[in-house]
Write a protein that binds this ligand. Structure first.
Ligand SMILES: *[C@@H]1O[C@H](CO)[C@@H](O)[C@H](O)[C@H]1NC(C)=O
Ligand SMILES: *[C@@H]1O[C@H](CO)[C@@H](O)[C@H](O)[C@H]1NC(C)=O
Ligand SMILES: *[C@@H]1O[C@H](CO)[C@@H](O)[C@H](O)[C@H]1NC(C)=O
Ligand SMILES: *[C@@H]1O[C@H](CO)[C@@H](O)[C@H](O)[C@H]1NC(C)=O
Ligand SMILES: *[C@@H]1O[C@H](CO)[C@@H](O)[C@H](O)[C@H]1NC(C)=O
Length: 456
């Protein structure tokens, strides 16, 4: 009886971790839907087979009730954000969907999280309501993203956060709900914020934020996610993400509970002098906002491709210790290329860690701007883990006639890659792509053949 139960349990684990037994945890940012034009990204674009775990960012902490609260009721509830997200499980039953609480904007500028963990009454109420929240919206668990215990806050936050997580774990256990958290990769920060051995016992896994080590809050350019120590890192306090992993493991954190983070975005600076464009070049603030993401100092993976198409010079690290950087005029940015993604996933496997996570799905190239196929960042992770990346299913034939519900709808021709159709005011019109291009139904546009499965 016992053996049968153990067997059944281990089969479940194998199914849940279909990508070569590793977790592939993918964050989704609900504000990506407000980006302009083709930069907009919403739950209808999620593929139930792309990741083993999806995490929806973010729910927030009310500074009145100290309970978990829906952040954007219009998008998350009225437009079905949560429901579509958790509904992916109907297509892939081994998929896990979690709700993340907090994030930078909700936790880095106020002491409400510190107030929560300082008060046993608030904590007990929080835990009961968080359990109800997760169950009401059909999530499989909670990812706690407080950035960061003790700052802003008090020295006791470290212990009291541990207490809160233990209470959550105890409340979640009877329902088999997952508890994860997202720690900073700075070891100095960890010393202030995290009781690492206790976390190793309490949480199911941590989504190790192995990025944002440098940014435009500093006045010198640098790579924001260096894997290994570079020649110029002469100070032991420099944050190097592989050394941060070693710090956690040295404190007894179980390696299989450490999910290593990858950034599908760049950090950027404005150079003080465009002629000084190397590493550690003087900078005078954040790089100009990206045309789709619209935040200074930050570019999506695909916006870096667009800069390259405008002539950005890219410099690769010949020693493979970090990803590339690039400059264009006074813009300077650093990021992880596909080669670096592959290298980091292999590093994760060599350390016996539990898998990888990345921030964030809408920053991957889901439109094919980079000419690397769709979602190249995510695809490189899956393929390095030994999994199979989902490919689009067979093209359905165009309808015999157009209805009101198919108004504006495009259809690819199943037998001619260059031919497509559109329903306009009840009439089906036929179109052809210009020579050399084929119709891509993912973006409803003519595209390079290598971006469309079966048309190359
Ligand atoms: C609580 O949050 C609201 C909105 O997020 C903010 O305007 C208000 O100042 C906060 N109150 C306190 C006491 O921090
Ligand atoms: C976070 O805060 C920044 C700065 O105030 C703002 O520009 C950005 O839109 C915020 N993001 C979200 C998701 O609220
Ligand atoms: C917070 O932690 C301190 C010890 O660091 C402890 O004395 C205090 O009772 C804790 N508070 C709560 C609410 O658990
Ligand atoms: C750059 O930042 C460092 C550390 O914060 C500071 O010591 C230095 O004066 C700054 N340099 C300039 C040119 O602002
Ligand atoms: C979106 O487009 C509007 C209007 O053109 C513009 O004002 C806004 O800055 C754009 N947003 C981003 C994030 O680029």
């Amino acid at each position: 009886m016992k053996i049968a139960a153990i067997l059944a349990f281990s089969m479940l684990v194998v199914l849940a971790n279909a990508q070569g037994n590793y977790k592939k945890v993918c964050y989704f940012a609900n504000w990506a839907r407000y980006r302009n034009g083709s930069g907009s990204y919403w739950v209808d674009k999620l593929d139930p087979y792309e990741c083993t775990h999806y995490i929806y960012g973010f729910a927030v902490l009310s500074n009145v009730t100290y309970e978990m609260t829906v952040y954007d009721p219009w998008a998350d509830i009225d437009l079905g954000g949560y429901a579509t997200f958790t509904g992916l499980k109907t297509k892939n039953p081994s998929l896990k969907t979690l709700i993340a609480l907090g994030g930078w904007n909700d936790s880095a500028f106020s002491t409400q999280y510190s107030e929560l963990v300082s008060d046993p009454v608030k904590m007990a109420n929080f835990v009961a309501k968080a359990l109800a929240f997760v169950r009401q919206y059909n999530f499989d668990g909670l990812d706690f993203d407080w950035e960061y215990p003790g700052d802003p806050g008090k020295p006791e936050d470290k212990d009291n956060f541990t207490t809160l997580l233990r209470m959550l774990r105890d409340a979640f256990q009877p329902y088999n709900l997952i508890l994860s958290m997202a720690p900073s990769c700075s070891s100095a920060r960890a010393a202030v914020s995290y009781d690492i051995p206790a976390l190793g016992e309490i949480v199911d896994f941590v989504n190790f934020m192995a990025y944002d080590v440098h940014g435009a809050w500093e006045n010198l350019t640098d790579h924001h996610a260096p894997l290994y120590r570079r020649d110029f890192d002469d100070d032991s306090s420099d944050v190097i993400v592989s050394e941060s992993v070693d710090y956690w493991l040295d404190q007894g954190f179980p390696p299989q509970k450490l999910v290593f983070g990858l950034p599908s975005y760049a950090r950027s600076w404005t150079l003080a002098d465009p002629n000084q464009h190397g590493l550690l070049a003087p900078a005078v603030g954040a790089g100009v906002a990206g045309q789709f993401t619209g935040l200074k100092g930050f570019y999506s993976f695909y916006e870096i491709c667009l800069f390259q198409q405008q002539g950005m010079t890219v410099v690769e690290d010949p020693t493979g210790k970090m990803g590339p950087y690039g400059y264009l005029g006074d813009i300077w940015a650093s990021w992880d290329s596909i080669d670096m993604v592959v290298a980091k996933v292999k590093y994760m496997m060599s350390k016996g860690l539990g898998g990888v996570q990345f921030w964030e799905l809408s920053l991957d190239d889901f439109n094919g701007h980079c000419n690397l196929g769709l979602r190249p960042f995510s695809k490189a992770i899956t393929e390095t883990l030994g999994g199979t990346f989902p490919t689009p299913g067979p093209t359905p034939p165009p309808p015999a006639s157009c209805s009101a519900s198919s108004q504006g709808q495009y259809y690819a021709d199943p037998s001619d890659c260059a031919k497509y159709y559109q329903c306009v005011n009840g009439i089906i019109y036929t179109f052809y792509c210009q020579t050399g291009l084929v119709f891509n139904s993912k973006i409803n546009q003519c595209d390079w053949p290598y971006n469309v499965a079966g048309c190359a």
